[in-house]
Design a protein around this ligand. Sequence first.
Ligand code: HEC
Length: 284
Amino acid sequence: MLVGMSCLSGTPRSYTDEQIAFWEDEAFPVLEENCWKCHGISKKIRGGLILTTLEGVLKGGEFGPSVDLKNPEASLLLKMTSHQDKDHEMPPDGKMSDEDIAVLAKWIEMGVPFPNADEVEPEGEIVHHGPDYEKAKSHWGFRKPDQVAIPDEKLGAHPIDRFINKRLKAAEVSTNGRAGDQVLLRRVYYDLIGLPPRPAEVQEYLADQSPEKFTNLIERLLKSPHYGEKWGRHWLDLVRYAETNGYERDGNKPQIWRYRDYVINSFNQNKPYDRMVLEHIAGR
Ligand code: HEC
């Protein structure tokens, strides 16, 4: 009954009554309600996929054709709507009912009849959603820093304190008093290496009379191998580091520790950010 199959070369398709009825009563309402707001009817087209035209369905989006007419069950559209593709679940805000998914499966099996394809009009001009490079250029991260005047000396000894105190004063908030040596030492340890100081290190620091003792402490902790372990973790979180794959096929990644150690060592070597990004792109 797949009357419309020859149409793929561009000739208009003809449909059986059964196909037309199925489209009107079943497939069209499901697509319209669940998919079209992101895939055709509104100005923003998500994933480069238009589902309001037959051409759009067959061509697909960034990942290629949404339907596989030779092997309907393997269609990308079905994998996503039935949540077999865990990274891309459609619609993104919640799974449809099994009945609705079955409708889409049958629609593909019937050869995606789309009798009124020409009548579906998007609201206004279609704009493909993607990065706006012109707008991005004005982001603060891409602009040269402006030289700003440092607030008055009366606001604090260190220039950074002055900026903070200026805002606090404006908000009528006052600072706590200075932290004592012991409190400061503990904070610095946690911030830089993620571990508390040993009792002997506390004693040593408290006994130290040198005016450079704080600077020396910072230098020592920055040189510690634990520094990379503590701060590399933030990078590993951002790249979603894991030692297994996750989800139900939760296989191990037995070699992934090499990447973990590379990140830790990079932090310990004080590798600049641009070099780090370059190495990631090169190693992809
Ligand atoms: C709220 C917006 C939204 C809705 C509603 C939605 N999608 Fe998507 N869709 C997306 C986004 C965003 C992508 C891009 C990939 C991603 O982020 O997962 C996408 C990608 C896809 C893709 C892959 C396209 C490609 O080749 O790159 C398919 C197939 C798809 N959607 C099918 C559907 C179907 C079928 C429905 C309705 C049942 C639907 N989507 C509803 C937002 C949506």
